[in-house]
Design a binder for this molecule. Structure first.
Ligand code: G4P
Length: 540
């Protein structure tokens, strides 16, 4: 059972700073509009003056949350960015996440650092596979979900059908906060159910500026004029039906992960974006604590603590360095403070924390629980490390994901061997892929495993751009990994030799980068053969 420890708390001013923080991520299936929505939230948050429409990715201009050449070329976001902005009395930390399936391990790690998630759904497509996977991670972590049904300016599925599907697939009670007035070219705005107000929007060129907005009551003549008679009828009857079909919005239930607020809009046209942002920030939870040794460490605890959820080197060619991202769980960060890295037991001075905004950065002197620190420099931290001023606190927040693709990345020119090794070591530390040493293999390079093959392309691209090392991929016969232990007392385990395993054909024994034994297999079918033959082993 988790208990809350008696705590020494931060001063009242810092407690106020913590309670006004909202830390969240936007998640979606690729192409649903996550990048567009991120950009538009920044536009409304005053963090950028003019949103370059996302089509600009094609024109090779970067959005504020997009920095790598590869991201621009492919029009996908490879690495997660952290953006902080003020909106009214809130201090918002928005963590961008890569949408592509192959980068989902990075996304999963980011989700460990947030307190809420906005899930973007394409109104024409509904719930898509990646949405569902990400949703499952949020559910496991107890992260409340807010849904933004995007692209209402395109022909969409019927809104009632969409909320039915969301309820059926996600198993959460839907609570539409607003309701769309039409779809496609007839999409004119949204009706805010909580305020009983209609928001009529005007389109702006490419959605670069905030959408002009007119607010009126649903009975207002302006609203009747803006909608055709049949649309007006349809909207008013749907709005009436909703009261019977859905539960009233209940913040407690949202935060308990039982109900999802739903917003309709069009990120590209800025329709419904501000409405969503305001309502989301009213409901989104304050920074949550984390469990250490079965005790909840509250954010306002005086002792500083946090955990590393992401490492990224060479984010910006202008600053060749390495950023370690830390979610602050409790207390106050102050520049030059000393913390313990619980993995090594060493004391480390945190002298260079920065606030990043795309490619821009500034030195950070103070930060609070809920914030994300980007520690820049030669810090020897690894993903999952707990940094704390309280030696009793250790977090265990970082799950490892099972790779589904395996390959060898081979250096093309032996003259580059030092740079190849340095690059591989750094990229493994960042968790771009997982390394395995295959038992008895004559190869000089480790086998690499990743959730998807595009991750290997990222690795190769980064080896070229950051370490000037050309590599090639070499095929491996495996696609499944199984961790195992021998069913013997710890004292009988010999660390150096592999335990005896009756291997099906084509399978091999290997060690992961933490020294644990695994079996590599060519197909899922072989897993049952392996299990049947090895009663003396426990598979994880
Ligand atoms: P992602 O990060 O979730 O992958 O999606 P992203 O924002 O990049 O959006 C994917 C595409 O969808 C983009 O088009 C973007 O302009 C478009 N889009 C986003 N929001 C809306 C919206 O509200 N309405 C409409 N109609 N489109 C939207 P693209 O990649 O440039 O391709 P194209 O559609 O211009 O050909």
């Amino acid at each position: 059972m988790t208990t809350t420890a008696t705590i020494n708390t931060v001063p009242a001013t810092a407690a106020r700073e913590i309670s006004r923080r909202r830390t969240f991520a936007i998640i979606s299936h690729p192409d649903a509009g996550k990048t567009t929505l991120t950009e538009k939230l920044l536009l409304y948050g005053g963090a950028i003056g003019l949103a370059g429409s996302v089509t600009s990715k094609k024109e090779e201009q970067s959005t504020s949350s997009d920095w790598m050449a590869m991201e621009k070329e492919r029009g996908i976001s490879v690495s997660s960015t952290v953006l902080q902005f003020e909106y009214k009395d809130r201090c918002v930390n928005l963590l961008d996440t890569p949408g592509h399936h192959d980068f989902s391990e990075d996304t999963y790690r980011v989700l460990s650092a947030v307190d809420a998630a906005v899930m973007v759904i394409d109104a024409g497509k509904g719930v898509e596979p990646q949405t569902l996977k990400l949703f499952d991670v949020c559910r496991q972590r107890g992260v409340p979900i807010f849904v933004f049904v995007n692209k209402m300016d395109r022909p969409s599925r019927a809104p009632l059908e969409l909320i039915d599907e969301l309820e059926e697939v996600l198993k959460l009670a839907p609570a539409p906060v607003n309701w769309p007035l039409g779809d496609g070219p007839r999409f004119r705005g949204v009706y805010d159910r909580s305020k009983d107000e209609v928001h009529l929007f005007e389109r702006t060129t490419g959605g670069a500026f905030k959408a002009p907005l007119e607010v009126a009551g649903i009975e207002d003549d302006k609203v009747r004029e803006a909608l055709s008679d049949d649309l007006y009828e349809a909207v008013t009857s749907e709005v009436e039906m909703l009261d019977g079909l859905t539960e009233p919005l209940d913040i407690e239930r949202v935060l308990a992960g039982e109900q999802m607020p739903i917003y309709f809009g069009s990120a590209m046209n800025n329709f419904g974006v501000e409405n969503m942002l305001e309502s989301f920030l009213e409901m989104a939870p304050e920074p949550a604590g984390r469990v250490s040794d079965e005790k909840m460490v509250a954010p306002e605890t005086n002792n500083f603590s946090g955990f590393v959820f992401k490492i990224q080197a060479n984010m910006n060619p202008r600053h060749r360095d390495r950023a370690v991202f830390v979610r602050i769980v409790s207390g106050i960060f102050e520049r030059d403070m000393q913390v313990i890295d619980q993995r090594t037991g060493k004391k480390v001075r945190l002298s260079n924390a920065q606030k990043l905004f795309g490619q821009d950065r500034e030195t950070l002197d103070t930060a609070y629980a809920g914030d994300i620190l980007a520690l820049v420099g030669n810090y020897n931290f690894l993903i999952g490390d707990t940094l704390t001023s309280d030696p009793k606190v250790v977090y265990n927040e970082m799950p490892r994901f099972t790779p589904e693709c395996f390959t060898y990345i081979v250096n093309n020119d032996t003259a580059n061997i030092k740079r190849y090794r340095a690059g591989m070591e750094q990229l493994m530390k960042e968790g771009v892929a997982q390394a395995y040493n295959v038992h008895g293999s004559m190869r000089a390079v480790p086998l690499l495993g990743a959730v998807g093959p595009l991750q290997f392309e990222v690795l190769q691209a980064r080896l070229i751009s950051e370490y000037q090392v050309e590599t090639r991929l070499e095929h491996s016969p495996w696609s499944v990994v199984q961790w195992f232990e021998e069913n013997v007392p710890d004292t009988m385990r010999r660390d150096s030799d592999p335990p005896e395993v009756k291997l099906p054909s084509g399978c091999s024994v290997a060690r992961d980068q933490d020294g644990n034994w695994v079996v590599l297999l060519s197909s899922q079918y072989m897993v049952s053969v392996l299990h049947d033959r090895n009663d003396h082993l426990t598979f994880r």
